[in-house]
Design a protein around this ligand. Structure first.
Ligand SMILES: Cc1cc2nc3c(=O)[nH]c(=O)nc-3n(C[C@H](O)[C@H](O)[C@H](O)COP(=O)(O)OP(=O)(O)OC[C@H]3O[C@@H](n4cnc5c(N)ncnc54)[C@H](O)[C@@H]3O)c2cc1C
Length: 294
């Protein structure tokens, strides 16, 4: 194996300076997405690039803090730790999405930053983070910007990061939702992305839909079902009439047909058909919940 230099910065300032000087270095968090990629499909020996920056010692990236309105989660916190520390605070939809990733051993290593930045539309936490309107703080030496999480949900998701830029924390709004659901179909093995998921939240005081957000994972389409459908549903009377449900499903079908890249829809109708089934399940759940709030 060629010489590999592994840097282990301890502070955010040190990390940003180091990465600015070495923008070609590989950022390494939990390694659970990287290691299978670096071993290749045949599972050979680990081929690390010449420079690796290990993020796990950077104090600021391992913090979690709460205000009345937000939970700020450092990107190097493991999924298991977030689930345990945030047990009573995290939106249920996010707790469910975190718990759907792999298995407890992987969740002990896998970080939230790695789940967002692993490319190809990111991991299973993305739809839940998108649904609750989470944002990511990106920093490079001398710059800071905030992006909505759904920007990472595109097939070229990790490309939103500019050279020298690091995802530092994820800001999760702590809003009250009457209805929160997360469902994942299919199992994921390492980098194989054969699964689809749907995360949705809604507020429905007295049978009226005040706010609704839902988002798919695994379609590579960012924020679908999309603002159009969400806007049409806003202020709708609940429960939704069967013909409204059919019209929404038809609208989603057309949206998927026009927006799904060939690479994603390839392999037949499985993904669009599954997405439609998930959306129907979501609307049925919403109707059921609305009857409880009357
Ligand atoms: C057996 C197995 C099962 C899995 N099942 C699932 C699953 O069910 N659902 C799922 O979503 N994922 C799954 N994964 C993939 C992986 O575990 C997760 O996506 C995990 O959250 C990645 O986090 P990590 O810390 O290990 O990232 P790493 O592997 O360390 O990094 C992943 C990528 O993100 C970049 N990166 C990491 N942190 C940052 C940061 N702060 N700023 C900028 N870039 C960063 C790295 O440079 C790298 O390109 C599975 C993996 C395995 C091995």
């Amino acid at each position: 194996m060629a010489d590999v230099r592994v840097f282990r910065p301890k502070s955010l300032g040190g990390l940003l300076r180091l990465y600015a000087r070495n923008p070609d270095a590989l950022l390494y968090a939990g390694g659970t997405a990287l290691v299978p990629q670096l071993r290749g499909p045949a599972g050979g020996s680990l081929e690390l690039p010449p420079k690796v920056i290990y993020l796990g010692n950077v104090v600021e990236l391992g913090r979690i803090s709460r205000t009345q309105r937000y939970l700020d989660i450092g990107t190097t916190l493991s999924l298991a730790r977030i689930m345990s520390v945030g047990r009573n605070v995290l939106p249920k939809v996010l707790q469910a999405a975190l718990g759907s990733v792999a298995n407890p051993s992987v969740r002990n290593l896998a970080t939230l930053g790695g789940n967002l930045c692993s490319g190809d539309g990111g991991g299973d936490t993305l739809p839940a983070l998108s649904a609750v309107g989470a944002q990511v703080e990106l920093r490079s030496l001398g710059t800071t910007r905030w992006l909505r999480v759904e920007r990472f949900a595109h097939p070229t998701g990790a490309a939103v990061l500019r050279p020298g830029e690091i995802a530092c924390r994820v800001r999760v709004p702590l809003e009250e939702w009457d209805f929160q659901v997360y469902r994942k179909v299919g199992r994921r093995h390492g980098s194989d992305r054969a699964c689809l998921s749907l995360a949705g939240v809604a507020r429905l005081p007295k049978g009226t839909l005040e706010a609704l957000h839902c988002s798919f994972g695994g379609l590579g389409l960012g924020a679908v079902p999309g603002r159009e459908i969400e806007a049409r549903l806003k202020s709708a009377r609940l429960p939704l009439a069967p013909k409204t449900v059919d019209a929404l499903l038809e609208e989603l079908r057309r949206l998927l047909e026009s927006r799904m890249p060939a690479a994603v829809s390839g392999g037949g109708q499985y993904r669009p058909a599954t997405a439609l089934r998930l959306f129907r399940w979501f609307l049925a759940g919403l109707n059921e919940k609305s009857l409880e709030t009357l």
